[in-house]
Design a binder for this molecule. Structure first.
Ligand SMILES: Cc1c2[nH]c(c1CCC(=O)O)Cc1[nH]c(c(CCC(=O)O)c1C)Cc1[nH]c(c(CCC(=O)O)c1C)Cc1[nH]c(c(C)c1CCC(=O)O)C2
Length: 383
C-alpha cells in the first residue's frame, strides 16, 4: 500500500470529516461521511432501505483462510500484529481487495482491550485466548480497570488509516460482549460448557454483575474509539450467549449488552448484535438495542426475522462448512439464504459464524459474485 494508492471505493474522508474532539468532556460530533459511503449497500441494508444488491461480508474474512494473511503474519504473534497499525490496515484490506466484499471488518480480537488494561493473556495457536490468572472473585474483578482511548492509540491510528484507504467501503468496528468476554476471563480459556462462568453467574450474582458492568464499560469504550476514528458501523459479538436460556440471558446478560449498545446510540452508527446458537434469544438480543441481528445457520432467516420483528434487519446465515462442498452445492445454499433473507426488512449476507481456516479463498470470492448477481435489482427506467 503506497501513499498515492487510490482509495478502494469513492473518495477518502478527510481528517476533519472523521470527527473532532475538542476536549475529553465534549461529545464528538461526527460529520456525515461522503454521500457514497452513507449510500453504500451495506449501510443502506442496516437502515432497511432498498439496495441495488444484497450486501455481503464474512465474519473472519481477514485471517487464516488467506495466503497473503499468513505471509504478512509470518513470525509475528497475533496480539503483536493487532498493535501494528500498518499490519492491521493491510490485513483488514486484504479480503476487500480479493473478494470485493461490501464491508471491511477491523482486524483485531475481542481480547485486545483486556490486554490493553493489563490483563495477562496469550493467544495460543489453534486454542484461542488463554488467561494467566482467571477472574473468579470480587477481588479479581477489581483488576479490570476502565479502558480509555489512550490505552489503544494503535486502534485509533489503524482505523484512521483504514477509512482513508476504504473510501466508500464501510468499516465495521467490533467488540466482544460482556458474557463472551466473561467466559474467557472466568474459565481461563475457551470452554465448551461455560460451567465455571455459569457457576459464578448463578452462585454469586453480585460478583457476576460487577464483572459484567466493568466489561460493558470496556466493550463500550473500545467500540467508541473505533467509531470516533471513523468506523461506519459496529458489531457486538456475543458468540457464546447461546449457552444460556432466554430467561437467564435476560436476567444476567442482556442489561449489560444493552448498556454497551445504548452508549453507542449518540454516534448514530448502525449496531449489529451476533451470537451462535441463539434461536431462542433472537428477540432478546434485538431488544438489547441492535439495528441488525446476526443469525447462525440453525434458524432460517425468515423465521429469525419473524421472531426479531419488522424494525430490525438480519445478517447471515450460510453454514461456513458449506463452503467446503462442491460448487453446485455452495450455489444452492447461497440461493436458499438469499431467498429466505428476502423475507426480512433488510438482509446482509454473511456466514452463520466465522470463515473456517481451511476454506478455499476462491470459493469466498465466488460467493460474493453469486450474492451480487442473484440479488441485483433491475434498474427501473421510465418508459
Ligand atoms: C476463538 C478465538 C478468539 N480469539 C482467537 C480465537 C481463535 C483461536 C484459534 O482457533 O486459533 C484468536 C484469533 N483471533 C483472530 C485470529 C487471527 C486469525 C484468524 O482467526 O483468522 C486468531 C488466531 C482474529 C479475530 N478474532 C475476532 C475477529 C473479529 C471478527 C471477524 O473478523 O469476524 C478477528 C479478525 C473476534 C473474536 N475473537 C474471539 C471470539 C469469540 C471472537 C468473536 C467472533 C467469533 O465468534 O469468532 C476469541
Amino acid at each position: 500500500m503506497t501513499d498515492t494508492a487510490p482509495p478502494l471505493g469513492g473518495s477518502p474522508r478527510s481528517a476533519a470529516e472523521i470527527g473532532s474532539q475538542t476536549s475529553a468532556q465534549q461529545v464528538t460530533v461526527r460529520a456525515p461521511g461522503p454521500a457514497e459511503l452513507a449510500d453504500s449497500p451495506f449501510l443502506r441494508a442496516c437502515r432497511r432501505e432498498p439496495v441495488p444488491h444484497t450486501p455481503v461480508w464474512f465474519m473472519r474474512q481477514a485471517g487464516r483462510s488467506l495466503p497473503e494473511y499468513r505471509k504478512v503474519r509470518e513470525g509475528i504473534a497475533m496480539l503483536d500484529s493487532c498493535r501494528r497499525p500498518d499490519l492491521v490496515t493491510e490485513i483488514t484490506l486484504q479480503p476487500v481487495r480479493r473478494h470485493h466484499v461490501d464491508a471491511a471488518i477491523f482486524y483485531s480480537d475481542i481480547v485486545v482491550p483486556l490486554v490493553a488494561i493489563g490483563i495477562g493473556l496469550d493467544i495460543v495457536s489453534g486454542v484461542g485466548p488463554v488467561i494467566d490468572e482467571p477472574i473468579r472473585t470480587a477481588a479479581d474483578v477489581e483488576r479490570l480497570r476502565p479502558l480509555g482511548p489512550d490505552d489503544v492509540p494503535y486502534v485509533t491510528e489503524a482505523v484512521r488509516s483504514l477509512v482513508g484507504e476504504l473510501g466508500a467501503v464501510p468499516l465495521i468496528g467490533f467488540a466482544g460482549a460482556p458474557f463472551t468476554l466473561a467466559s474467557y476471563l472466568v474459565e481461563g480459556g475457551p470452554s465448551r460448557t461455560h460451567a465455571r462462568t455459569k457457576a459464578l453467574m448463578y452462585g454469586r450474582p453480585d460478583v457476576w454483575h460487577a464483572l459484567c458492568g466493568r466489561l460493558a464499560q470496556i466493550a463500550s469504550a473500545f467500540l467508541r474509539v473505533q467509531v470516533d476514528a471513523g468506523a461506519s458501523a459496529v458489531q457486538l459479538f456475543d458468540s457464546w450467549a447461546g449457552a444460556l436460556s432466554e430467561a437467564d440471558y435476560r436476567e444476567y446478560v442482556q442489561p449489560h449488552s444493552a448498556r454497551v449498545l445504548a452508549d453507542l446510540a449518540e454516534t448514530g452508527v448502525p449496531k449489529i448484535h451476533f451470537g451462535v446458537g441463539t434461536a431462542e434469544l433472537l428477540p432478546a438480543m434485538g431488544e438489547a438495542g441492535a439495528d441488525v441481528v446476526g443469525v447462525d445457520w440453525r434458524t432460517p432467516l425468515s423465521v429469525a426475522s419473524g421472531r426479531i420483528g419488522p424494525d430490525k434487519a438480519v445478517q447471515g446465515n450460510l453454514d461456513p462448512a458449506v463452503l467446503l462442498a462442491d460448487p453446485h452445492v455452495v450455489e444452492q445454499h447461497v440461493t436458499r439464504v438469499l431467498a429466505d433473507g428476502a423475507a426480512a426488512p433488510g438482509h446482509i449476507f454473511n456466514l452463520g459464524h466465522g470463515v473456517l481456516p481451511e476454506t478455499d479463498p476462491d470459493v469466498l470470492t465466488r460467493v460474493v459474485e453469486l450474492v451480487h448477481e442473484r440479488s441485483a435489482q433491475p434498474v427501473t427506467r421510465p418508459n
